[in-house]
Write a protein that binds this ligand. Structure first.
Ligand SMILES: [Zn+2]
Length: 216
């Protein structure tokens, strides 16, 4: 990180543009302001107002909705006089039964496990920084993990895929959407909000300003 070489300048920080590699000096940013690359207009960092509070609120609610979407019926459909209720986990189970174990595992990891780990990581690190102004044990490692996962979130792709399949099934059977479906939509919105408020530069600046820093 180039910023360490310029620490004696106190308020000035230097960052390379992600898009065009231009080294840009920028002052301490006020909440609500944005640093834009002067050469290519790339948004380098955005300081959200009440970013910690918002991140925590979105991440905690996202986790609750994710849990609800795993517990309640995802949808029920009736065709040819038969009714069937399907939960999110059952739909993964069905795939596993049809010898698609690898696909079933992949879907479970992508739509449930990674988002849950991501949101728990956000709550763990941001929660500790907010309420105790410390970086919790393994905080740096967790933070690097979260920031590496962020660009790979595929929850909205799953949702779009589900809706496309629903339109196809709708012509063959009567479908009613369950609590889990709506919970997953709420979770997708909250997950997107977390991703929008998670600014790499801002998060590391919280870490640098925290009282106790772990080494990993
Ligand atoms: Zn640039």
């Amino acid at each position: 990180m180039q910023s360490h070489q310029f620490e004696n300048q106190l308020t000035e920080q230097v960052m390379a543009c992600h898009e065009c590699d231009l080294l840009v000096e920028y002052p301490d940013l006020e909440p609500g302001s944005t640093a834009v690359c002067p050469r290519c207009d790339y948004v380098m960092t955005k300081r959200h107002k009440n970013a910690m509070e918002r991140l925590l609120a979105f991440a905690v609610s996202g986790l609750i909705f994710l849990l609800m979407s795993a517990m309640y019926p995802f949808l029920s459909f009736s065709a040819g006089g038969q009714d069937r209720v399907v939960t999110l986990l059952q739909s993964i189970d069905v795939l596993a039964d049809e010898q698609q174990v690898l696909l079933a595992l992949l879907i479970m990891v992508v739509i449930l496990i990674i988002p849950a780990a991501f949101l728990m990581g956000v709550v763990y690190v941001v929660g500790a920084l907010k309420y105790w102004t410390i970086l919790p044990p393994h905080g740096r490692r967790v933070l690097r993990f979260i920031l590496a996962l962020a660009p790979w979130s595929m929850v909205e792709i799953f949702l779009i895929g589900t809706m496309v399949s629903l339109i196809k099934i709708a012509s063959l059977a009567t479908i009613s959407l369950g609590m889990s479906f709506w919970s997953y939509i709420a979770f997708t919105i909250l997950m997107t909000l977390v991703l929008l408020h998670l600014d790499k530069v801002q998060v590391w600046s919280w870490v640098e300003n925290s009282d106790v820093q772990t080494t990993v």
